[in-house]
Ligand binder design. Structure first.
Ligand SMILES: [Zn+2]
Ligand SMILES: [Zn+2]
Length: 271
């Protein structure tokens, strides 16, 4: 059976460089899968804003989404979203993006300052110490974004894990629990959300990002707002892992999933 209130608040169309399909196909797929609330959140990598043409690709995505939101009005709630990567590295870019009419802004960190995307790193060449430092830099950067506070949800808390495991390496991230707690406390104090990203279930790490331990830690620290997204880059992956994700979120004690419309928190019962 599963949950009927399906929601997927993280996905990419081909207005994202790594997206595979047009925004119309993504929405149609979400609708066919019975989703009630669906967000497209195309990438804006702030540090590459000028060089990679994000100003216009995100504008095109935004305009199309506003149209689709109207078109689907009676059938499914479409949210006009964006995934803002490395927002602290280019305040000019961030200001341009935040001046637009988004429903929903995801805050992300894909690369630590001065390093390449965690996706591109050859982890096998790293010593244990060097690897631990690299991951520490990630969580420190994420804490800075949490403090910056101009997003709605903080994406894929354990992002580097999905690529480290691809390199056949297992790491125990409990050595970062103190800083992760600090990230959670900051998000909670600011009444923002943590995202559960289901893409890890489709990758070699085979885990939610973050998984039960950290979802529960967030809840126990007083976390109320939690979002969920498949991080799909094609229509087939839309809604993948959402049932499993909702189950784990419910086990951790949440009764509602959060989404944001016009940058305001709204709730959908997990049922
Ligand atoms: Zn991301
Ligand atoms: Zn994404």
């Amino acid at each position: 059976m599963g949950y009927k209130n399906l929601i997927d608040c993280h996905s990419h169309s081909n207005f994202s460089r790594d997206g595979k399909e047009c925004i119309e196909n993504m929405c149609q797929s979400a609708y066919e899968k019975g989703i009630k609330v669906y967000a497209i959140t195309d990438h804006c990598e702030c540090d590459l804003f000028k060089s990679d043409g994000y100003e216009s690709s995100t504008q095109q995505s935004l305009e199309k989404l506003i149209e689709l939101k109207k078109e689907y009005k009676e059938k499914m709630k479409v949210l006009v979203g964006i995934e803002l990567g490395q927002p602290l590295e280019n305040t000019n870019a961030t200001n341009i993006i935040l001046s637009r009419n988004y429903d929903y802004v995801i805050g992300s960190l894909h690369r630590a300052k001065g390093l390449s995307d965690y996706y591109f790193i050859n982890y096998k060449s790293y010593s244990k110490e060097k690897l631990e430092n690299l991951i520490k830099k990630y969580f420190e950067g994420l804490l800075e974004i949490a403090k910056w506070n101009k997003f709605d949800t903080l994406a894929h808390l354990t992002y580097p894990l999905r690529y480290i495991k691809d390199n056949g390496i297992d790491i125990d991230i409990s050595i970062y629990d103190d800083i992760i707690k600090e990230i959670f406390k900051t998000v909670i104090q600011n009444k923002k959300a943590i995202e559960v990203n289901t893409s890890g279930l489709r990758q070699s790490v085979k885990k939610l990002l973050p998984d039960y331990k950290y979802i529960k830690m967030y809840k126990d620290l007083g976390g109320k707002y939690i979002t969920i997204g498949s991080d799909s880059h094609n229509s087939d992956d839309v809604c993948k892992g959402i049932q499993e994700g909702l189950e784990v979120i419910k086990q951790a004690g949440f009764e509602y999933i959060t989404y944001f419309e016009k940058r305001e928190a709204k709730f959908l019962k997990i049922e």
